[in-house]
Design a protein around this ligand. Structure first.
Ligand code: SAM
Length: 284
């Protein structure tokens, strides 16, 4: 079941030992296989947990450092979770440190159910800008792109082929909560080529040998898919063939190319410019 509607109240349990089996199961979410088998992932930080709840994602377990449980914003979150049927673990600092990947563990964490969009969300869309990524490998790049896509009002993210896991802790952390904002669709290359054929709008590929300046397309003519290449190899030939235009960001200097996340941000800003709110008092 997705979300946390109409369940029996959650239970509160205290755990002081990092060898407790519940804690071991949560720790095992570091592994992609375990995340996939359990269809869940680990989220660190009060803001991210609140974003998950407010975004209607299924929070399975809330984990709170005992020392923080009395703080009003944490106590509020505990009550909200219990009311929605989420079990709460009150844990020692030692347990928190064993779960955290960094030196400074967050006092609030959660196990959240994975959620993905469907290809028909893309083929059926009549407006918006989708960001498609060919075999993205770097978790930091993916997290940054998910965050940027959220900030610039993209419709969602399409992950093509063998990509890094969007639900890996490092990626989720880099999204700063935007993982919960937009649909993420995973699809293989052949599936994407088929999807691009059915798509009602324009597929704009980005390529170092693109013949069109990235500022030239009429991005207001939605829907669009902005297709970005792999960090090392760029776009495959099959994906290049699926594009209506191949655009390039002009470069000066000696760099061969831009970092994938930076190139996505530059193109996506241009593609979404027409839909972004104006800043009062500023002239464009
Ligand atoms: N060696 C790769 C190649 O030949 O395509 C470089 C890939 S680049 C690091 C990763 C992706 O960022 C590219 O596939 C493209 O989507 C985008 N990119 C980077 N610089 C770009 C530029 N100047 N114009 C258009 N896209 C660019």
């Amino acid at each position: 079941m997705s979300g946390n509607a109409s369940k029996a109240p959650g239970r509160i349990k205290e755990i002081d030992s990092s060898s407790n089996p519940i804690i071991k199961d949560i720790k095992a979410l570091e592994k992609k296989r375990v995340r996939t088998d359990t269809n869940s992932f680990f989220v660190e930080g009060h803001k991210l947990v609140v974003d998950a709840l407010e975004g209607g994602w299924g929070v399975r377990t809330l984990i709170v450092g005992k020392n923080a449980a009395g703080e009003s914003h944490v106590a509020d979150l505990i009550s909200k979770c219990v009311a929605r049927g989420v079990d709460v673990l009150l844990v020692s600092n030692k347990v928190l440190a064993s779960l955290a990947r960094r030196d400074n563990p967050q006092m609030v964490c959660a196990v959240v159910e994975q959620k993905r969009g469907a290809p028909r969300d893309v083929s059926g869309s009549t407006s918006g800008t989708w960001v498609a990524l060919d075999r993205v490998r770097d978790p930091g790049n993916l997290g940054t792109i998910i965050r940027t896509a959220d900030a610039l009002g993209a419709a969602g993210i399409i992950l093509i082929g063998d990509t890094t896991d969007p639900f890996a802790t490092e990626t989720v952390r880099a999204t700063m909560g935007s993982i919960f904002a937009n649909p993420i669709i995973t699809i293989d290359e052949a599936g994407f080529v088929e999807l691009a054929g059915k798509f009602k709008g324009t597929v704009i590929g980005t390529h170092l040998e693109g013949s069109v300046d990235f500022r030239a397309p009429d991005y207001a003519n939605e829907p669009t898919i902005l297709l970005m290449g792999n960090e090392q190899a760029g776009l495959t030939e099959a994906l290049v063939a699926a594009c209506d235009h191949l655009v390039r960001i002009p470069q000066a200097g000696t760099a061969d190319s831009l970092n994938l996340a930076i190139a996505t941000a530059i193109c996506l800003f241009k593609a979404r410019e027409h839909g972004l709110p104006a800043i009062d008092g500023a002239s464009a």
